[in-house]
Design a protein around this ligand. Sequence first.
Ligand code: SF4
Ligand code: MG
Length: 320
Amino acid sequence: SDAMLEVKDLKKYYPITGGLFGRTVAHVKAVDGISLSIAKGETFGLVGESGSGKSTVGRTILRLTDKTAGEVRFKGKDLYSLSKQDLRQIRPEMQLVFQDPYGSLNPRMRIGDAIGEALLDHGRASRAEVRDKVLETLALCGLSSSHIDRYPHEFSGGQRQRVGIARAIILNPEFLVADEPVSALDVSIQAQIINLFSDLRDRQGLTYLFISHDLSVVEHLCSTIGVMYLGSMVEMAPRDELFAQPLHPYTRALLSAVPIPDPTLKRERIVLRGDIPSPVDPPSGCKFHTRCPVATDACRESAPEFREVGSGHFVACHLV
Ligand code: SF4
Ligand code: MG
């Protein structure tokens, strides 16, 4: 297959310890059996409320945290069976862009050094070559050469995210996980950063897993969208299909909050009751039943299967 990334039945459970002896008393099922596939050059949008497990999917895919079960293949290679050394070899090809790049930047390090250090770490360039490569990457990310000697606090939020992206792409990766990369930014700046992601994809041939709690953010960037709820994928479809014909009640609720540019059209806003339940003790049957506006008795008893209902359109709901 031409998949860059293939994920099969991925699970990540965190133990909760308690009592005098720190025994494991329960598990947080942060990711509870996710499968997805991302083709080269594709942008996959992973959407859901905070606490749905999206970030854990991203970190487990990059092997930044260990999985509990399942399989992650990157360009055909089983990531979890790679040795430390092979993993180090492949690391530069897959990178993470954070929500808050400021948190990962050393305040006393000049931006040029922060962006260039990975090149030296991986022996990709000599000291003499680093500056040129950093300048080239700054330009690709819409920053100017005068930024190279500045410190993080001298940058605006949008510029800092450009720096975060520059750090992620300096090693010429093929695959980026972007975890809520625009959520901390003003709406006007969000659009600029989304455009940057789109330009870089076209110019550098990048493939993305783009994580967001906001469907309107992934709408224009992503070709396929997956919707997560409480550790599970509830719907997955090509973007246009998902927006035109959302099938899962949760997707419909999320979509009802996305503004439509045409003021003569109106979407009825579906407001979900209650909060997302705890992943320690998720609801029985369909995990969404406590908040679903159309739940029936059957929904409390059995979990719906995640199945394909149209070409590339998957959904987990008894009523579909
Ligand atoms: Fe709602 Fe039942 Fe469908 Fe779950 S299975 S989304 S509770 S209708
Ligand atoms: Mg998160």
